[in-house]
Structures are given as C-alpha cells and as structure tokens.
Design a protein around this ligand. Structure first.
Ligand SMILES: *Cc1c(COP(=O)(O)O)cnc(C)c1O
Length: 376
C-alpha cells in the first residue's frame, strides 16, 4: 500500500520545540505564561487593524465565548451560515439559543448578503430581532464582509466572524478576523497553522477581549478567596500549546504561499478537463487557500465527485466532500432556513483535495495521476 496522503496535516517550522523547551525549563506548564502572551502579541501584529487577541483552548470555545460576550441568551435567535462545519452552529445551542440558517452565494460560497437581509426582515416580521450574525470564511475564502457589515449595521446587529479557516486571508488588504465585532480563529491540527489544538478570540474592543480572558479563566473576581459574580469557563490556551503557536507564526506566510502554489498547480491540471471548476477569487479578495476545492458537473465531466473520491481512497489519498450544510443535518434540520439551493449544490458536487503545505512533489504527482485517470 502506498503511504497515506492527507488533506491537511500539521507542518512544523522548526522553532516550535525551542519555545516548548523554554516553557519546560522555566516550569510554565499552565494555561497562562510568556508563550500565551507572546502568541497573542504575534497574532495582534499579524491581524493589524487594532485587533486585540485572547488565546483560547479551541476555535469552538472562541465562538461560544463570543456569543456570551454579545449577550446571546437562551431563546434568542442567531443567524448562522448554513454551509459550514458544525462547530460554528453548536455553541448557539450550548446557550439554548435558536440557529437561523442562511444559504451561501455562488461567488464566495459563503453567506449571501441578500438572503441575510431577507432572513432578518422575516424574523423581525415574526416578532424577534436576531441577536447576532455569524458568517464563515470557508476554505480560506473571505465572505462578502463589506456587504454583510452593511446589512448588519443597517439593523444594528453585531457580527461574530468565524475565521477558523481564514488566518491570513483578506479583502482589500484588511484581514479576515477584523471585520466583525468579535471573531474566532482556530489552530486545530488540520488548520493552516496549528498549536496541536487551540483557538483565539479577536476584537478591536480591548475591554471585550479582557472580559474574554476573565470568563475563560473561571470568572474569578478580584479577591484573596475565590469569588464569582459571573458564570465562568475553563477555556484558556496552555503555555505549551502557545509555544507551538509562536513557532508556527514564524512560518505562517510561507505556509500560505505554499497552499496558494498548490491551488495553482491544481488549476493547471483542471484547466484541460471538462466539467470541473475551482473557486476563483473575486477582485480584491485574497484567500489563504487552506483547502483546494473543486466542483464536478457530472453531465459535462462524465464522472461524479464520488468517482474521484473513491479513486483517491483506493490509492490511500484522503479527500472529502464539501461541508454538508447545517440545514440538512439531522440535529439542525428543524430550525428555520433561508436558501436558494447554492449550498445543496456545493455539497452534491464538491470535493476537498489534498492541500497541506507539506505535500511533496511526489505526493502531488500521485494525486494528479488519479485525477487524470478519472477525468478527461
Ligand atoms: C475548525 C473550525 C472550527 C472549530 O475550531 P476548533 O479549534 O476545532 O474548535 C469552527 N469553525 C470552522 C469553520 C472550522 O473550520
């Protein structure tokens, strides 16, 4: 059996072990310490636009805390992009709030600003104004943030940006993760950089980020004893994980460049094939190309995305259908949905390809050989 080719696996840069060793040498083995502070500073510098950052235990924790900080409570409605990973929507239910799912638009595959406004109007007509809006930058492609912010501002609803897949992506030079009132980042093992597991909450409002740190460390009031006037969480990032993150920040730009180069290689391969399209970048949009993704039109291609996926699988190459939308998930299908069929089509015909920055030329040649055997 040929060796396994993964879709996206961790890719260390070299400096990570030094930061982790320093944590051991100084006995900073805790969910706080110099690496946590240093990693937060690195992220703040990278994001720019006055962003403040709290390093947390996961991207999911960042989304949950973000909703809490926006004042979302049980019974409130929260608008959420349907085409996403369940980790975007689950925290809405942790709180007992109600997800209202909105479809994508074809240009970015992310939240449609038009359907977003339709949903807001309809929810308000039914008697409830949504408490927050959650767009997602899937596969690194920025959502239509200018248009989404315009709609959100018109109705004075705060935006919680799920930027878990989009560290380093931007629109007209402004980084994803700096558009909404609050944003969430992820450093899980498969993301563009990793801390093995981890996440971060970012916001321009320094007090909000300070409050996130407070809530993430069990909400301890200032007192010699343990005193609490808020419900707290144990969501802070470990100083060991943050050491890995500091090393990864040194190579983030290289990782983005490599992922974009892999996307371009696929583009060349698919240019000569019938019925295959790759997501383009709208003008001014810059994707970190976390994953290279394709759509296969079976009528034109003479093959389905399942044909390609199974052929990859036979050669020990990992690939996966695009996200199954939340409005089609057994656990979420009971909630309201505003759509026009875009995410259904993406799920039916789309495939994520091996995209890791550590793929070798030999790996790519193996992947291309399978593609050439299935598509013509
Ligand atoms: C990875 C991911 C998350 C969750 O991040 P974790 O760090 O794994 O908790 C949330 N949303 C999206 C879109 C993701 O890809």
């Amino acid at each position: 059996m040929s060796s396994k080719i993964w879709m996206s696996s961790p890719h260390m840069g070299g400096a990570e072990e030094g930061f982790v060793k320093e944590a051991f040498d100084t006995n900073w083995i805790a969910p706080l310490g110099p690496n946590v502070n240093g990693f937060e500073k690195d992220l703040e510098t990278f994001l720019g636009s006055g962003a403040h950052v709290a390093a947390l235990s996961s991207g999911t924790a960042a989304i949950h805390l973000g909703l809490v900080l926006l004042g979302v409570e049980a019974g409130d409605e929260v608008i959420c992009q349907s085409f996403t990973f369940s980790a975007t929507a689950n925290p809405i239910r942790y709180i007992g709030a109600i997800p209202i799912f909105v479809d994508s638009e074809p240009g970015t595959w992310n939240m449609s600003p038009t359907l977003l406004e339709d949903a807001i109007k309809d929810r308000m007509a039914k008697g409830k104004k949504p408490k927050a809006i959650m767009p997602v930058h899937l596969y690194g492609m920025p959502a239509r943030m200018q248009e989404i912010m315009e709609v959100a501002d018109r109705y004075a609803i705060p935006v919680l940006e799920d930027a878990a897949e989009a560290l380093g992506s931007s629109i007209d030079g402004r980084m994803c993760g700096t558009f909404g009132a609050i944003s969430a980042l992820s450093f899980n093992g498969n993301k563009i950089i990793t801390t093995s597991g981890g996440g971060a909450l970012a916001a321009a409002d320094a007090q909000l980020v300070q409050k996130a740190r407070f809530l993430a460390t069990q909400a301890r009031d200032e007192a010699p004893h343990y005193q609490h006037s808020h419900i707290g969480y144990n969501y802070r990032m470990s100083n060991l994980c943050a050491g890995v993150g500091r090393g990864q920040m040194q190579v983030l730009q290289d990782r983005i460049a490599r992922r974009r180069a892999i996307y371009d290689r696929y583009k060349e391969v698919f240019a000569g094939k019938k019925g295959v399209t790759m997501a383009p970048e709208p003008a001014g949009y810059y994707s970190n190309r976390w994953l290279s993704t394709i759509l296969i039109d079976p009528a034109q291609a003479g093959a389905t995305r399942e044909d390609l996926r199974l052929a990859f699988d036979k050669d020990n190459i990992e690939s996966r259908p695009l996200w199954k939308p939340m409005h089609l998930q057994p656990i979420f299908e009971q909630y309201p949905y505003y759509g026009s069929g875009v995410s259904d089509m993406l799920f039916a015909n789309g495939l994520c390809l091996p995209s890791g920055s550590n793929l070798t030329e030999d790996d790519l040649q193996r992947v291309f050989a399978v593609i050439n055997s299935v598509l013509h």
